[in-house]
Design a protein around this ligand. Structure first.
Ligand SMILES: [Zn+2]
Length: 73
């Protein structure tokens, strides 16, 4: 991927499975290089607070609302 897109990080709640916006914003280049170890997020649906790691995040392009797929190494 050559273009860098602004993305929102979403996760699927471990307790209820609902996908929610964590409020974190980054771009695809920074995300690919970053580590994102053990962030706490609270599910707005069921209130469960869990830790999420890089591989848990779903990237959603801010401009289009579309899910962005990154190669996972
Ligand atoms: Zn939940």
């Amino acid at each position: 991927m050559s273009a860098v897109a602004r993305v929102a990080l979403h996760v699927a709640c471990r307790a209820c499975g609902d996908v929610f916006d964590t409020g974190l914003r980054t771009d695809t280049g920074s995300f690919a290089r970053g580590t994102f170890a053990a962030n706490y997020h609270t599910c707005p649906r069921c209130g469960a607070t869990e830790t999420y790691r890089k591989q848990d995040y779903r990237l959603v392009e801010v401009r289009s609302g579309r899910t962005v797929e990154l190669p996972r190494r």
